[in-house]
Design a protein around this ligand. Sequence first.
Ligand SMILES: [Zn+2]
Length: 80
Amino acid sequence: MKIYGHEPIVETITYADVVARYGDRCWHCGTGTFDALDHWPEPVRDGGPHLLENTKPCCAKCSQIGNTLAGRMRKARTAD
Ligand SMILES: [Zn+2]
């Protein structure tokens, strides 16, 4: 199936795949547990692909407060 002339980039990613690649700790704070899947370095809303390379484990706390690398960069950009 093609969307806008391109094959959609969608990879089936399981919890085990992410743990095997990145471990089961939060990618952002390093101490939280793997509660959520975060798309980094390219957020999906910015057109980032749903690929294992663009997926990192994220804890619920970081997910809630936006303590992700993308969130911090957004805050840094809008701070001044
Ligand atoms: Zn965290």
